[in-house]
Design a protein around this ligand. Sequence first.
Ligand code: 13P
Ligand code: SF4
Length: 305
Amino acid sequence: MDKKEIIRKIKNLKEKQDIVILAHNYQIPEIQDIADFVGDSLDLSLKATKTDAKNVIFCGVDFMAESAKILNPDKNVIIPDKDAKCPMAAMVDTESLGWLIKDNPDAEVVSYINTTADIKAISDICCTSSNGVKVVKGRSSKKIIFVPDRNLGLYVQRFVPEKEMILWPGICPTHHKISEGEILEIKEKHPNSEILVHPECRPEVIDIADHAFSTNGMVNYAKKSKSKEFIIGTEKDLCYRLKKENPDKIFYPLKSAVCPNMKKITLRKVLKSMESLEPKIELSQDIMKKAKLPLQRMMDMGRGD
Ligand code: 13P
Ligand code: SF4
């Protein structure tokens, strides 16, 4: 079957099977094109609660699809490749976090949405890269255990010096390897460009940037900025959406910034999932109930960028 035929079948099945397709900003261009909504982690969680469709095909990584399921326990949430897993989310486990909580009974746990449902279930509140500062600022405790992204934690700490943050040593392999050198090399060739980076980048990279934003934060900023050129310090396929929505502007991706797990979702796998409504996200009722509270608390706070 050729690509055109797959896309035609996907379009037909949407209505027939009562399906909505949600896709993260890092998905390959053809997935972004067939999706009903493309967004960042927070936006997609919000969209998942607003859809009437019985079946959600989630084109992203495991923790995103799990969050959609936790927020919509009565819907079928289907991820076209179960191996599309965020390695950062796997860097914190409940036993080790449990020990840290025991040692710090006066601390609240803020978990980045890039965590498993089990970790959310023992957290006080979740956050995304869009609202991390707002969420931490809003906690009543002085002490915060922040998991799992140390770089995001360090970024948040800049804006909340009044909090004592205990940072888990997790990282995103894709963002952690972005270097100042790679960015400055492009800047030298395009001196009028603005540098936008994701807060999952190392502090040295954030220091040379004009702004640090979530992926939707970058989309919103690029739209309203007077600049015509931007260096994009995050997963390179965000540039596809940026270019599509701003055809008169130029976006320079970092060629090395690829999230291999996001690329596991293909058109063929999406079609297969739409036909079979498999593989579904399955979580225990107990974990879903416990994980919903910190997610809902975060959603009630809204965006921070
Ligand atoms: P956003 O919420 O900014 O889209 O980030 C998600 C993510 O996984 C970044 O690596
Ligand atoms: Fe996880 Fe990094 Fe990929 Fe985002 S870019 S899904 S944090 S590995």
